[in-house]
Design a protein around this ligand. Sequence first.
Ligand code: CA
Length: 265
Amino acid sequence: MWNRANFWRGVSLLVVASVIHGAAWSIVRRHDVPDSQYQLLGASALAATVGRVIGSNASGSGTVIANGRWVLTAAHVVYNNPNLVFQLGASTYTVQNVYIHPNYNPSDLMYGGDIALLELSAPVVGVTPALINTSFSPIGLNSISVGYGATGTGLTGYTTYDGRRRGMTNVVDAYLSSYNNSTEWILSDFDHPTDSTYSTMGSSMATPFEGLVAPGDSGGPVFIQVGTNRYIAGVHSFIAAPLDYYPNASYGDIQASTNVALYAG
Ligand SMILES: [Ca+2]
């Protein structure tokens, strides 16, 4: 088991250094479910709005919102990261303006505000922009995350990089506080399919395509389906390792995503 006092001992942000731009990675999966299933989820209609945010110093993920000219991502992906572009499929869009939330403090993540908006020089064509959660609590709800981060299995953590977009499922288990807000982040743990001792919060049951985000997934979305609509409820911020203090997205690690309703409500 874990306790909140130890939570911050093993924490890792999820950007990728520019030196490995050539490889765009994604999502760590269950060891007993084929990778092809996660790639199918990454190729589905819901994932079509998720692209790569690439700058001179780092890269992450982001989602097309509003009128198609805006991308929602994480502040730590775009802070001090010039020459930003948004890449989706074969198209690359220039980032015209960057709006980082004023709460964001690059020297102390606990201020929260790890969320940013990018204004593109032209609207993204061919996708229906994603909706944003402005109202509901995502705690206890099923979610789908999408990203281009590192991949591997829950037994190994992230190990390989292959440039593919993947999706995965999980359940939003709890909120985590920042200095400014008691509901700053939404958390999901990486449950093992048969060993409940890896469960750090919420239900110990692994979802069918259970997974965790990894470096390169930062800024990507946590989607939640409500009725016939699907909303972005979280923006991936960091992973923590309250069991082994080694945040490599192995079983028992936790993903923390900025609670979008806090900023959009
Ligand atoms: Ca879980």
